[in-house]
Design a protein. Structure first.
Length: 72
């Protein structure tokens, strides 16, 4: 299964939940996506919906994905 990752570019009003410049895992949610939202695993370790404009999609090499999950 391919994981999807995003970088937070705007954490305004969500400073406790998101860090600007940090990589987050995006979870599939077609219904939310159609409304301009994405589901990410935030600082609490839980998944929540945020405006998609707060993030930029990124592609990570498999070795980087493995490193991210090894620290989780």
């Amino acid at each position: 299964m391919k994981h999807h990752f995003v970088v937070c570019i705007d954490n305004t009003s969500y400073e406790a939940s998101l860090e600007s410049g940090k990589i987050y895992q995006q979870l599939p949610d077609d219904k939310a996506f159609s409304r301009g939202l994405i589901r990410v695993v935030d600082e609490s370790g839980e998944d929540y919906l945020f405006e998609g404009s707060r993030f930029v999609n990124i592609d990570l090499p498999e070795i980087a994905e493995n490193a991210l999950f090894a620290t989780a």
